[in-house]
Design a binder for this molecule. Structure first.
Ligand SMILES: Nc1ncnc2c1ncn2[C@@H]1O[C@H](COP(=O)(O)OP(=O)(O)O)[C@@H](O)[C@H]1O
Ligand SMILES: [Mg+2]
Length: 342
């Protein structure tokens, strides 16, 4: 059944839609366009489309617009370009914009469809950042293994050869002693490399002591006091899952310390039937999670989200200006919870 009321279709479109006349004046907008640009419909209608273009690009934009008037191809705008759109408060967001021509009674209209692609761009930045980080970690491990571990093992081999050739028991004893000390040092070195990859407290003692260690550091460096209410959930998660949970809480607390403008935060970790759940809250200044995009920044939130998704979980950020912030994490239980005997 064809939809009769096209206005409804227009209003409810998931993308922002702006209808612009031949002289560049906005004549109609839908609800999503109001939301994206933070203007009300009344403010937009009658304005030049250029108010939605960042100042630096306005001149070029009016040139492009004139060309489009002469040669109105149906096409996405600025293919392969990262276009920026401007909100009422002057902030910008990366946008994907498609243009279309629509005949009208007083001349042709241009229909611009606008999609906020900051999430997509952040995901891409995150991927690039994560790749770089993992390359750096690999390079460090490679260096440590090469410069320390491999060198030391070669030295042990030489010792072994000397031991084989030793003629007196006293000489043999000497070599054995040196070999034992050397192997001990190598083992310690390998442990140190492993520790850099995974916080040791987490594996050995569990989540609470690991978080306590992190919180102590935050209290000293940022004067943030954190109340921890952490149940032992280690038995429901694999080491990877546990590390994900730890890193999320760590990043959320670092965010409170850096951005919330408050001296207090709280963390609860517990479980429901199917999930391990965690909540990191503060009563600080809060922020708008849909407005955190800034060039080359803000990969923490998306990193937390990615980590949760990686183990089949979910992460939500509830916040608003002046409302404090609550990060909610839900990870599926990966293990039965029965205590494993080793
Ligand atoms: N608890 C918080 N309170 C206030 N603002 C926050 C909080 N957490 C995050 N933010 C805001 O969200 C932005 C993005 O956070 P994030 O992705 O971790 O990046 P970064 O910490 O590197 O800036 C921060 O720059 C900050 O403006
Ligand atoms: Mg951060």
């Amino acid at each position: 059944m064809p939809i009769k009321n096209h206005r409804t279709l227009f209003e409810n479109a998931p993308d922002g839609i702006l209808v612009v006349d031949a002289s560049g004046i906005i004549r109609d907008v839908n609800a999503e366009a109001e939301r994206l640009f933070d203007y009300s419909r009344q403010e937009l209608e009658g304005q030049s489309i250029e108010v939605l273009v960042p100042e630096a690009a306005r001149e070029a934009h009016s040139g492009h617009r004139a060309r489009y008037q002469r040669e109105p191809l149906r096409r996405p705008m600025g293919i392969g370009m990262e276009l920026l759109a401007r909100r009422k408060d002057g902030s910008t967001f990366p946008a994907e914009i498609s243009l279309n021509r629509m005949p009208g009674e007083e001349g042709d209209f241009t229909v611009a469809t606008v999609r906020d692609v900051s999430m997509r761009k952040r995901l891409r930045d995150f991927g690039a950042g994560a790749l770089r980080a993992s390359e750096e970690v690999r390079a460090r491990i490679a260096r440590d293994l090469h410069d320390d571990t491999a060198q030391q093992l070669s030295a042990h081999l030489i010792r072994l050869r000397l031991l084989e050739k030793a003629s007196s028991p006293g000489e043999r004893k000497e070599h054995l002693k040196a070999l034992r000390a050397g192997i001990q040092a190598t083992a310690e070195g390998v442990r140190r490399i492993a520790r850099g990859l995974r916080p040791p407290e987490l594996q050995d003692a569990g989540l609470l002591p690991a978080l306590q260690a992190h919180v102590r550091a935050l209290e000293q460096t940022h004067e943030l006091r954190v109340s921890l209410d952490v149940e032992s959930v280690e038995r429901y998660l694999t080491p990877d899952g546990l590390l994900v949970l730890y890193r999320i809480v760590q990043e959320a607390l670092t965010n409170v310390a850096r951005h919330a403008g408050t001296g207090e935060a709280s963390v609860t970790v517990g479980e429901t039937g199917e999930f391990v759940v965690a909540e990191i809250t503060d009563q600080g200044q809060g922020f708008r999670p849909d407005r955190t995009y800034t060039e080359g920044r803000g990969l923490g939130l998306i990193g937390m989200q990615e980590r949760a998704v990686m183990v089949g979980g979910h992460l939500r950020v509830d916040s608003g200006e002046g409302e404090g912030t609550r990060v909610l994490v839900r990870l599926p239980k990966e293990l039965s919870g029965e205590v494993q005997r080793v």
